[in-house]
Design a protein around this ligand. Structure first.
Ligand code: MG
Length: 256
């Protein structure tokens, strides 16, 4: 299913995006050496509920996961890259943490992910991973406008990732967003320009480049959710929800 919003719906989408951006930035500012992933989950829960939002994750039970997710945010540390299940772990200096959050506000979902280093240590390889996913995300957004094809976005994202020397996994990528978290079209993180669905005003898309330092293979943690790099290498993930408008793309989850 692909949903196209009316122009009158855009303020609600902006509200959802602003809430997700605010929560992620607040969580980033509170997170320090010693912060437990379960604390981050509880902080996210409190902020979502206080704002009258609805978690897109708590009851989420897709075929690739084990039962309902049961938590409010994905916390992926170091070799964990996607769907990181919050668990009893206290962050240490130099950990690479990815937070992925999707919330419904007034009936519309916004979805965003940030990656950052915890504490004082700033490992160069980890910073490079984060930088390339952020650059790929910007390239994908820059390619998004009415008339562009989904393949144009995939190509823009994939070009940044591959030119930086990373191989791209195509099992998970970006997606349409609307009244539910995951909709068509799927937006792979690599692809051919000129192919796929033609973007039009009113379409909401979540673009989410993610990368693993030395592999494109994933393994599933014994928790049934967390996806880790097959080699144990570090990983990074960056995501924004954008709205296609008459004049281009508006980033709904941009930090303010
Ligand atoms: Mg997400």
């Amino acid at each position: 299913m692909i949903e196209i919003l009316e122009a009158a719906d855009l303020p609600r989408a902006r509200a959802a995006g602003a809430l997700v951006a605010h929560i992620l930035q607040t969580l980033k500012s509170r997170t320090a050496v010693g912060t437990n992933l379960l604390e981050i989950d509880q902080w996210a829960k409190a902020m979502i509920l206080e704002a009258g939002g609805k978690s897109s994750y708590v009851d989420y039970a897709p075929a690739f996961g084990r039962g309902p997710f049961g938590h409010y945010i994905c916390t992926s540390v170091n070799d964990a890259v996607l769907h990181g299940l919050p668990h009893d772990y206290a962050l240490v200096d130099g950990d690479l943490l990815s937070l992925d959050l999707a919330v419904s506000q007034q009936g519309l979902v916004a979805d965003s992910a940030i990656s950052f280093i915890v504490g004082e240590a700033q490992p160069a390889e980890s910073l490079a991973l984060i930088d390339v996913t952020e650059r790929a995300l910007r390239a994908g957004i820059a390619a998004a406008c009415p008339g562009a094809r989904v393949g144009d976005l995939s190509h823009a994202i994939g070009t940044v990732l591959t030119e930086a020397g990373y191989s791209v996994n195509t099992e998970f990528g970006g997606h349409g967003v609307g009244t539910t978290m995951h909709q068509d079209p799927h937006i792979a993180n690599i692809g051919r320009p000129g192919r796929g669905f033609t973007l039009r005003p009113g379409l909401l898309l979540a673009l989410e480049p993610w990368i693993m330092a030395d592999t494109d293979k994933l393994i599933t943690d014994k928790d049934g959710w967390t996806l880790r790099s097959a080699t144990g290498c570090r990983t990074a993930h960056s995501e924004h929800t954008i709205a296609i408008t008459e004049s281009g793309a508006e980033i709904l989850t941009a930090p303010r």
